[in-house]
Design a protein around this ligand. Structure first.
Ligand code: G3H
Ligand code: 13P
Ligand code: NA
Ligand code: ZN
Length: 328
């Protein structure tokens, strides 16, 4: 059944666990998340990006998620809009039936240019006002995702600043976070601690200077009652990279966010952990392997099945690692 994000995160805070929020774009990904949650008794956050809404089309996204609640009525589920770039986009998602929206006012409407604190407060306040009126939860973001070592903001496509960023822009300031939460009254706050979207987050196994879990602790100490959100939280498993390359892929060396670091962050107020890339890697590795080993096959279901299974396995693993077992 559909539940509110606020309710779900309050429960996670009370019981000390974190909830992976999985990005979904199609039938198989929605099924994979639901199968995983069902297997371990976890609550579910399904999130759709602007890219997902464009890829699948709004009616398909809406009804795929509704189908998930019909197929698994016993599982608490939140339908969340990821990275809304304006109040208008958030209003559209609310009209479509989303129970939770992210207003990412850390960037201007282009989803690429870092914004001012004042702009961020203003658009987030606006979304909170319209969302709370109809029982919809709001996630905001303060700080820009980016690589603390290179100053590189991240991918050129999708949501995220483009070009070079200052070190301080990429680390959310605890005092500013307190002001932001007070001014906006949002339900969850996404923070910047050195992660970025996509597969290419770190050029080496991250240490504290490039993945600032210490900053999570400082922010949590300042605003202990605010639910924190970590974006760019895929772990980029090395075995999946190896498998992709073994079966004809060409991915470069890269490192993600270690699960142990996410677990540490969950001890300090992180309640929602965004994951998209790990599912992409799992599905692509499985599909490549199947096609390589079965070059005579042409029924799409035959390669989508192992891809869905691989997605399910990674989701199940994250549910267990983040403490969701039996919490749904
Ligand atoms: O925000 C980042 C998510 O990974 C969504 O990516 O915009 O390609 O759907 P996307
Ligand atoms: P990843 O690219 O690390 O999976 O992050 C996804 C995300 O933050 C979606 O908002
Ligand atoms: Na941001
Ligand atoms: Zn994100």
């Amino acid at each position: 059944a559909l539940v509110s994000m606020r309710e779900l995160l309050d429960h996670a805070a009370e019981h000390g666990y974190g909830i992976p929020a999985f990005n979904v774009n199609n039938l198989e990904q929605v099924q994979a998340v639901m199968m995983a949650a069902d297997a371990v008794g976890a609550p579910v956050i399904l999130q759709a990006s602007a890219g997902a809404r464009k890829y699948a089309g709004e009616p398909f996204i809406k009804h795929l998620i509704q189908a998930a609640t019909e197929a698994y009525p016993h599982i608490p589920l939140v339908m969340h809009q990821d990275h809304g770039t304006s109040p208008k986009v958030c209003q559209g998602a609310i009209d479509l039936g989303f129970g939770s929206v992210m207003m990412d006012g850390s960037l201007m409407e282009d989803g690429k240019t870092p914004s001012s604190f004042e702009y961020n407060v203003q658009v987030t306040q606006q979304v909170v006002a319209m969302a709370h009126k109809v029982g919809v939860s709001v996630e905001g973001e303060l700080g820009c995702l980016g690589n603390l070592e290179t100053g590189e903001a991240g991918e050129e496509d999708g949501i995220g600043a483009v070009g070079k960023l200052d070190h301080s822009q990429m680390l959310t300031d605890p005092e500013e976070a307190a002001l932001f939460v007070k001014a906006t009254q949002l339900d969850a706050l996404a923070i910047a601690i050195g992660t970025s979207h996509g597969a290419y987050k770190f050029t080496r196994e991250p240490t504290g200077d490039i993945l600032a879990i210490s900053r999570v602790k400082e922010i949590h100490a300042r605003i202990p009652n605010t639910h924190l959100v970590m974006h760019g939280s895929s772990s980029v498993p090395q075995d999946l990279l190896a498998m992709i390359n073994q079966y004809g892929g060409q991915m470069k060396q890269t490192f993600g966010v270690p699960v142990s670091e996410i677990q540490e962050a969950i001890k300090h107020g992180v309640r929602k952990v965004n994951i998209d890339t790990d599912i992409r890697l799992a599905m692509t590795a499985a599909a490549r392997k199947f096609m390589f080993e079965n070059p005579e096959k042409f029924d799409a279901r035959e390669w989508l099945k192992p891809a869905r299974e691989a997605a399910m396995n990674i989701c199940k693993q994250r549910y267990l690692e983040f403490g969701c077992e039996g919490q749904g």
